[in-house]
Design a protein around this ligand. Structure first.
Ligand code: BGC
Length: 750
C-alpha cells in the first residue's frame, strides 16, 4: 500500500497516534495496517544506540561504536569528499545496527565561540557549513537510511535554549543562519529535519509556520518530515498547523489525545492533520531492508577515523620547521592528553567509542627515546604541583611536545563557556616548559576557539580540535610527517573574548537575544572592523608550500540566473607531498549595501606531489554574489565585484573583476521625500526628473556634474521644488503622473 492509501484507511485515533514518538527513540508505526515503527538515534559522529532502544540511558548503556571526528573537526578539513566518506561509513553502521534515521548533522552556525555545542557544528561560515552538511547527508543517505538535519533554526547557544528568543532580522537569517540549512535541504534532501528549541522573533520553532511551512516547504520545496528536538514542543496543535510532523520523544499518548480532541472540537482540521501524517507515512515507507547478520566494520571505520582526524588537523605555527619530528630525536611527551586524549564533546552526541587510541601508545618505538610527564591533573584548574617534574623531563629531551587543551567539562551540550581560556595551570605549564626547552611544540585539543597566551613562546602549535577515536594515531602521523597537515580553521581564533561579534549580546537578557552584529559574524566581523585576531578563518600551514597562478573566469559579467567558472592553477613548490585548500572569496565593490569585505563562496582540497600542478575549477552562481534584499524579498546584486583566491580570509593572492547584472528592477514609488540620487538612475523617473529641471533652465550637466555646482543629490524632491519652479500642488500632480508611468512600465515588463 502506498502512504496515501494507508492514510485513507486510518482512523482519527491512529492518525493522532502518529503525531508523537512511540517511545524515546521510535517513530510509531500503524500496526493494524502493517506499517512498522522506525528507530532513530543520535549521531552525528557515531551511533548512540541504547541497548534498550526504547528508553533514554547513559552513554555507557549505548552500543560500542566507531567515533569519527565531530563536525567542528571535520570542517577544518575543508574536504567535502572526506565528509561524504564519513557519512557513508556512518550509513553502513546504521545498516548494521538497524537504525532508520541518524540524528544529525547539526548545521547551526558559531555565532559566538562560547556556545557549548560548537564542537557539534561546522563553522562560523554558512557556505562551508552547508557544503559539509551536504556531503555528510549524501554519504549517509546513499545507504538507504536517513539523516535528521538539526537544529532548525538559529539554535546558537545553550543558555536557556528552551526559552530564549533570537531577535534577528530577515536578511541576517537568510544570508547566514538559514543559508547553512538551505543548500543541504535542497541538494541532499535529508529524510528529516529537527526543529530547534529556541524562539525566533518570539515564535518557538516547534510552532513557527513561517519557518516550517512557508519557507521550508513552499519556498525551498522540502518534502521530508520535521520532528521536534527532544521536549521542544511548545503547543502541539499550533505545531501541527505550522507543519511539525512529529513530537519527540513520545508523551505516552497524552498529546495525541489532545490532537484527537482538537479535531473533534473543530480546532484542527482533518486536512491539517492529514498533511503532517502523510509526510511521516512517506518516511516510514522508506524503512530499510536490513542486511542479515551484519556487524559493525570497526577496523575499517577506525582507519577512516584516523585519516579524517589527520586531514582535519590545523598547523597553526611551525617556526624553524621544528615539525615534523625526526626518528633520531629524544622526545618528551608532556600532558595528560598524551595518554587520555580529548576526542569528542559532551551531551547527546557523546558515543561509547569502540577503540580510542592515544599518542603515547602510538608513538612507541618511533624516536631515539620517548619520555612522559603528566604536567597537569585534568580535574584541577589551578594545581601546579605536576609542573616541576614536567619541566625536568622537557629539559632532558631534544624536543618537548605538550598535549594541552580544554578538559571535557569545559564544553558540552547544555551549557556555554564563559571564557576562551585553557585551565590556568596548563598555560603556566606551557610557559615554564618553553622557558627551559627552546624546541617546544603544543598539540592542542578542544572543540572550539581558545586564547593561547603562550603562542609566541613555543615553536609550533598543531590544533587537532576533537579528533575522534583515532586521534592518538593521527597525531603521531602528523608529528612524524607521515601526513602533512592540510586543515584550515573553520572558525576564527580571536585575541580576546571582548573582540567577538556577539560579545555584548551573548547570551542575552530577559530571554531576549538581540543579534546586533547582524550579518557580521565570525571573520565577516573581524575583517570589517579590522580587529586583529590570533589566527584568521581559513588559516593553516603545511610541511610543504604552494603557489598559485592564472586565475581565469569563464566570463567577466554574470547576469542573474547564470553561473560562471573560475579556474586557477596550484603548484606544490615544496619537497614533500601535501594537500592544499583552494579558497575563493567574493568581494562586493558595488557599494549598494553594507556587506562584509569578502565572503567564502568556493573551496576545494587538492593533493599534490612535489612540483605537481593541478587546475582547480570552482563554479559561482548568482547566490555567490547576491545579498538578500528585504524590500525585494529576493537575492539581489548589481555592479562591480571581485573574485579573490585567498590563502585565508585575510590574505588575497589573486583576484579578477566581475560585473553583476540583476534582472530585477527595484520597485520605485516616488514620494515628496524621494531624493535625486534615487530617481536619476531609474529608467522612467530619471528622464522625467531631467525634463522637469530642464524646463526650469537646469541642464543635465548642472544636475549631475560632480564638481559641486550642482543640486544636492541627497535632497528630497520637496526641497527642490523651488529650483524646479513648482508649487506644492504642481509637485503633487507631477509625482502622481510619474508614479503612474512607473507602474505601467513595471507591469509591461513583468
Ligand atoms: C539534542 C538533540 C538530540 C536529542 C536526542 C536533544 O537534547 O538537542 O541534538 O538529537 O536531544 O538525544
Amino acid at each position: 500500500m502506498n502512504p496515501q492509501e494507508i492514510l485513507s484507511q486510518m482512523t482519527l485515533t491512529e492518525k493522532a497516534d502518529l503525531c508523537s514518538g512511540a517511545d524515546f527513540w521510535h517513530i510509531p508505526g500503524v500496526p493494524r495496517l502493517g506499517v512498522q515503527p522506525m528507530l532513530v538515534c543520535d549521531g552525528p559522529h557515531g551511533l548512540r544506540k541504547h541497548i534498550d532502544s526504547a528508553i533514554q540511558a547513559g552513554f555507557y548503556e549505548a552500543v560500542s561504536t566507531a567515533c569519527f571526528p565531530p563536525s567542528a573537526c571535520m570542517a577544518n578539513s575543508f574536504d567535502v569528499a572526506l565528509e561524504e566518506e564519513v557519512g557513508d561509513a556512518l550509513g553502513k553502521d546504521c545498516q548494521a545496527e538497524q537504525i532508520g534515521i541518524l540524528l544529525g548533522p547539526g548545521a547551526n552556525l558559531k555565532r559566538s565561540p562560547l556556545c557549548g555545542r560548537n564542537f557539534e557544528y561546522f563553522s562560523e561560515d554558512p557556505y562551508l557549513s552547508s557544503r559539509m552538511a551536504d556531503g555528510y547527508i549524501r554519504g549517509l543517505q546513499q545507504n538507504g537510511v536517513g539523516c535528521c538535519l538539526k537544529h532548525f533554526a538559529a539554535n546558537n547557544q545553550e543558555y536557556r535554549r528552551l526559552n530564549v528568543s533570537d531577535v534577528v532580522d530577515e536578511r541576517t537569517l537568510r544570508e547566514l543562519y538559514l543559508a547553512s540549512f538551505e543548500y543541504p535541504i535542497k541538494h541532499a534532501k535529508p529524510w528529516s529535519i529537527m526543529c530547534s528549541y529556541n524562539r525566533i522573533n518570539g515564535t518557538y520553532s516547534s510552532d513557527n509556520r513561517w519557518l516550517l511551512t512557508d519557507l521550508l516547504r513552499k519556498e525551498w520545496g522540502y518534502e521530508g518530515m520535521v520532528m521536534s528536538d527532544w521536549f521542544a514542543v511548545n503547543d502541539r496543535i499550533a505545531g501541527i498547523k505550522a507543519g511539525l510532523n512529529l513530537e519527540m520523544p513520545g508523551t505516552d499518548h497524552d498529546s495525541n489525545r489532545q490532537v484527537e480532541l482538537a479535531v473533534l472540537e473543530g480546532k484542527l482540521s482533518m486536512e491539517e492533520l492529514d498533511s503532517v501524517v502523510l509526510d511521516t507515512l512517506k518516511i516510514l515507507a522508506r524503512l530499510p531492508q536490513w542486511p542479515e547478520n551484519a556487524t559493525l566494520p570497526w577496523e575499517k571505520d577506525h582507519a577512516l577515523a584516523r585519516k579524517a582526524a589527520a586531514e582535519s588537523a590545523v598547523l597553526l605555527k611551525n617556526q624553524d620547521g621544528v615539525l615534523p619530528l625526526w626518528d633520531n630525536q629524544k622526545v618528551a611527551f608532556i600532558g595528560a592528553f598524551a595518554k587520555t586524549p580529548r576526542f569528542q564533546g559532551g551531551g547527546s552526541s557523546h558515543v561509547n567509542a569502540h577503540n580510542v587510541t592515544n599518542s603515547w601508545d602510538a608513538a612507541q618505538g618511533r624516536f631515539a627515546s620517548l619520555t612522559y610527564a603528566s604536567g597537569y591533573d585534568l580535574s584541577k584548574d589551578e594545581d601546579d604541583s605536576l609542573i616541576p617534574a614536567a619541566v625536568e623531563t622537557a629539559k632532558r629531551a631534544d624536543i618537548a611536545v605538550i598535549f594541552a587543551g580544554l578538559p571535557e567539562h569545559y564544553e558540552s551540550e547544555g551549557y556555554d563557556r564563559t571564557h576562551l581560556n585553557l585551565p590556568p595551570c596548563q598555560n603556566r605549564l606551557i610557559s615554564q616548559v618553553a622557558a627551559v626547552q627552546p624546541n617546544t611544540v603544543v598539540v592542542l585539543m578542544g572543540g572550539s576557539a581558545m586564547v593561547l597566551p603562550w603562542r609566541d613562546e613555543v615553536k609550533a602549535i598543531l590544533y587537532l580540535c576533537l579528533g575522534g577515536e583515532a586521534v592518538g594515531e593521527a597525531a603521531v602521523d602528523l608529528l612524524t610527517g607521515a601526513v602533512s597537515p592540510s586543515g584550515r580553521l573553520a572558525e576564527t581564533f580571536p585575541l580576546r573574548l571582548e573582540d567577538t561579534p556577539s560579545y555584548l549580546d551573548f547570551p542575552g537578557h530577559d530571554d531576549l537575544v538581540p543579534y546586533h552584529e547582524n550579518i557580521f559574524i565570525g571573520y565577516r566581523w573581524y575583517l570589517a572592523r579590522k580587529i586583529p585576531v590570533q589566527y584568521p578563518f581559513g588559516y593553516g600551514l603545511s610541511y610543504t608550500s604552494f603557489s598559485y597562478a592564472n586565475l581565469r573566469l569563464s566570463q567577466s559579467t554574470i547576469t542573474q540566473g547564470e553561473a560562471i567558472t573560475a579556474t586557477v592553477e596550484v603548484t606544490n613548490t615544496g619537497s614533500v607531498p601535501g594537500a592544499e585548500v583552494v579558497q575563493l572569496y567574493v568581494a562586493d565593490h558595488s557599494g549598494r549595501t553594507s556587506r562584509p569585505p569578502r565572503e567564502l563562496k568556493g573551496f576545494a582540497k587538492v593533493f599534490l606531489q612535489p612540483r605537481e600542478t593541478k587546475t582547480v575549477s570552482l563554479e559561482l552562481d548568482w547566490r555567490s554574489f547576491a545579498w538578500y534584499d528585504v524590500q525585494l524579498s529576493d537575492w539581489y546584486a548589481q555592479g562591480s565585484f571581485e573574485v579573490q583566491i585567498c590563502a585565508d580570509c585575510e590574505r588575497v593572492l589573486l583576484w579578477a573583476p566581475v560585473e553583476a547584472v540583476s534582472k530585477i528592477q527595484r520597485p520605485l514609488v516616488v514620494t515628496r521625500n524621494s531624493t535625486l540620487d534615487q530617481l536619476l538612475p531609474h529608467p522612467v523617473a530619471g528622464p522625467a526628473v531631467r525634463k522637469l529641471f530642464a524646463k526650469a533652465g537646469i541642464t543635465d550637466e548642472k544636475l549631475t556634474h560632480p564638481d559641486g555646482h550642482t543640486l544636492p543629490l541627497d535632497y528630497p524632491i520637496r526641497n527642490l521644488r523651488y529650483e524646479a519652479q513648482l508649487t506644492i500642488g504642481e509637485l503633487e500632480d507631477w509625482m502622481e503622473k510619474l508614479n503612474q508611468s512607473i507602474r505601467e512600465a513595471e507591469s509591461c515588463c513583468e
